[in-house]
Write a protein that binds this ligand. Structure first.
Ligand SMILES: [Zn+2]
Length: 126
């Protein structure tokens, strides 16, 4: 049986319904396609477009993830290297920009897992 715990399914970018099919078309590191999402699950056919504008709410998760990145990178860089403000802002900005593919995907995953009403049911798949 594949990984089907809640957290592992989110980290593996799996469908919230069957936790087997992938929500995105390609791997996160394919930068030209990181935002391409399957319209439905390739395994259980669960529709990933819950309603028009559903993923607008993912911006709140994106904001929270980015605040975490800024705090960790900013405080870590400041405490370890004590750089001038230009270097500090550059490091934090670069970190946020490099994290965009992950932030985009995980904010959508959190949105669909927490607010779509889709519940995992192991009986739905064989
Ligand atoms: Zn599925």
């Amino acid at each position: 049986m594949p990984n089907r715990t809640f957290l592992k399914s989110i980290l593996a970018q799996k469908c919230p319904n069957c936790r087997t099919g992938l929500m995105f078309e390609s791997a996160t590191y394919h930068l030209s396609k990181f935002d391409k999402m399957n319209s439905s699950c390739p395994v259980c056919k669960q529709d990933f477009v819950i309603e028009p504008g559903f993923y607008t709410g993912a911006m709140y998760f994106s904001y929270a993830i980015n605040v975490g990145i800024v705090l960790v990178l900013g405080l870590g860089t400041q405490l370890i290297f004590s750089p001038n403000i230009f270097v500090l802002v550059s490091v934090v900005s670069l970190g946020v920009i490099l994290a965009v593919p992950f932030t985009f995907r995980y904010s959508r995953l959190l949105m669909i897992y927490l607010f779509s009403g889709i519940k995992f049911d192991s009986e739905k798949i064989n």
